[in-house]
Design a protein around this ligand. Structure first.
Ligand SMILES: C[S@@+](CC[C@H](N)C(=O)[O-])C[C@H]1O[C@@H](n2cnc3c(N)ncnc32)[C@H](O)[C@@H]1O
Length: 213
């Protein structure tokens, strides 16, 4: 049964985030929000479980709420209904659903573009702070290129910790780059993977989530 209804939990959570339910409980203070059902003699006490705090929209240190909004967005869910056809016929589920790839779609739908931008900006600090504590590979670098860096927020976190990096370039596709204002010290350049690899020796990039590729 858990598997059968697995899509329900994130969609209910999304509604709770949108309704501000988590915010209300958090602002009330742990255990102070209560309800009484006198007929059934039930006294309910509400508090956020530790995992719920990740879904507070303006959480310091990053939030999963905007990524939840993106992954559970109607546009993204529609894509999964085309997975079977993509397996049988070839091609990508997103392109089957919308007749264009996800990057083109982001460039055409301003509202969805805002949701996409917010999702990476708030998600990245959740793991990048920890990576920067552990990973020492950026030591001694002067130039850094992020390939497929989206809004450049990861590069921004890195150069904030490594001021010795004097030039940072974020390569991404035109419809994405054009929607993001640059961070200070980061140059947005329209270009694909091959372009960036041919110009830099100090680059990093992540593998696209399959649904966004
Ligand atoms: C999942 S997003 C990650 C964005 C960013 N790395 C972050 O974590 O905030 C993947 C990014 O790769 C970009 N991308 C996809 N194909 C690309 C290509 N051929 N060349 C450059 N960027 C590409 C997309 O536009 C998108 O911004």
């Amino acid at each position: 049964m858990q598997i059968v209804s697995a899509s329900v939990l994130p969609l209910v959570l999304k509604a709770a985030v949108e309704l501000g339910v988590l915010d209300i409980i958090e602002k009330s203070g742990a255990g102070t929000l209560t309800t009484d059902d006198h007929d059934n003699h039930v006294h309910m006490v509400y508090a956020l479980a530790p995992v719920a705090t990740y879904f507070l929209p303006n959480r310091e240190g990053g939030s999963l709420a905007p990524l939840l909004e993106l992954i559970q967005h109607k546009t993204m869910l529609n894509m999964w209904h085309h997975l079977k056809d993509a397996v049988l016929e070839g091609g990508l589920p997103f392109e089957k659903a919308f007749g264009m790839n996800a990057v083109e779609y982001v460039g055409k739908d301003a509202k969805f573009c805002e949701i996409f931008k917010g999702s990476t900006r708030d998600f990245n600090p959740l793991f990048m702070q920890r990576i920067l504590e552990i990973y020492k590979g950026f030591d001694g670098l002067k130039f850094l290129v992020d390939v497929g860096g989206g809004d450049g927020s990861l590069l921004n976190l890195i150069i904030s910790k490594y001021p010795a990096i004097i030039k940072a370039i974020n390569y991404d596709l035109a419809p994405v780059i054009e929607t993001f204002p640059p961070y200070p010290g980061i140059e947005h350049v329209v270009g694909g993977y091959i372009h960036a690899h041919s110009r830099s020796r100090s680059h990093f990039h992540e593998v696209d989530a399959p649904q966004l590729g």
